[in-house]
Design a protein around this ligand. Structure first.
Ligand code: NAD
Length: 301
């Protein structure tokens, strides 16, 4: 990072979905000058109507004045396409622009893309997030970063508008590796919690009681605290995180394990449960609906 004293004034933000919208909204509220883009033009227009200072970046050259570009997109392939694809942004950015991938992308792809962007004079860091839509709205996400430490330090005030915790995990891609591992643990915790809920109910224990005991005992996890009561017990299934995104994160974690030759007693079985959920319930359905898979499995005769 050459100009460490230079402040961030203008930010380009790509991907105004469930997460990107509230994250960009917090940046707008912190008075950064924003250039926004989403594949859904109506969404981009709605954002700019709501946050008066934000401007639509309809062509790649609209990003030419920004200091930082943040991407909050479904996966690393889309991030790559948006940056260095046929009409990619990267060629329009001024040298030294910092590109921040806050999506949950694949660590190995991130490292390769970082080299390509460095060849164009750009600085690439990864900073995926955890905490879901509620914490994106409240600006209390957990951010896990990878890449040049000085650049990440320079971004601290930008991250502070969106998050309550930033952990630097290591070199470029380390944040993305940690994000997939976090969601691996989260996916296992949710399936186990839903199974326990359904078994308890089948035994005749009230669902609320199952949740109360888990949350005051050693079975407590994020799913027992924030998903079972809020999204599963009442069948609302509306956390804002889709089944397809959870499958993608698990595939990323298991791909990383395979790449590193770490064998997993649980991982492949866990992934097959989530893939079955995606196939039977639909990719866009909320990930908490995985509980319905447990309901729909007929008892063994
Ligand atoms: P989403 O599907 O709600 O939003 C993605 C947005 O990207 C959409 O608005 C879509 O129109 C836009 N988009 C897709 N392709 C594009 C392109 N080529 N150019 C511009 N815009 C494009 O997804 P989300 O839930 O906001 O998740 C975004 C990322 O954050 C994913 O990587 C996800 O794994 C991760 N994540 C999600 C959550 C959550 O709770 N939803 C939590 C943590 C991390």
């Amino acid at each position: 990072m050459s100009e460490t004293t230079k402040e961030v004034h203008q930010i380009g933000f790509v991907g105004l979905g469930n997460m990107g919208w509230p994250m960009a909204a917090n940046l707008a509220a912190a008075d950064y000058r924003l250039w926004v883009r989403d594949a859904d033009v109506a969404t981009t227009e709605r954002f700019c109507d709501e946050y008066g200072g934000a401007q639509i970046a309809s062509v790649a050259s609209d990003f030419s004045s920004v200091d930082v570009v943040i991407l909050m997109l479904p996966n690393g392939s889309i991030v790559r396409e948006v940056l260095v694809g046929s009409s990619g942004l990267a060629g329009e950015l001024k040298p030294g622009t910092v590109v921040v991938d806050m999506s949950s992308s694949e660590a190995t792809g991130t490292a390769a893309l970082g080299q390509e962007l460095a060849d164009l004079g750009l600085i690439f860091v990864d900073a995926p997030v955890s905490g879901g839509v509620p914490r994106a709205r409240s600006g209390e996400l957990a951010v896990m970063t990878g890449g040049d430490a000085e650049t990440l330090q320079w971004l601290a005030s930008v991250f502070a508008t969106m998050s309550s915790s930033v952990v630097n995990c290591g070199p470029l891609g380390a944040g993305h590796a940690m994000k997939s591992l976090n969601n691996y643990v989260s996916a296992a915790g949710l399936v186990a919690a839903c199974e326990a809920l359904r078994i308890g109910q089948a035994f005749g224990i009230q669902g609320e009681t199952v949740i109360q005991v888990l949350n005051s005992s050693t079975g407590r996890n994020n799913s027992t605290e924030n998903k079972l009561g809020q999204h599963v017990l009442n069948d609302s299934f509306a956390s804002g995180f889709s089944l397809s995104l959870m499958c993608k994160d698990l595939e990323t974690a298991i791909g990383l394990a395979d790449h590193l030759r770490v064998t997993l007693p649980l991982g492949h079985d866990l992934l097959s449960i989530w893939r079955r959920g995606e196939a039977e319930l639909g990719p866009g359905v909320d990930h908490t609906a995985i509980a319905r898979l447990i309901d729909s499995t007929p008892p063994e005769q």
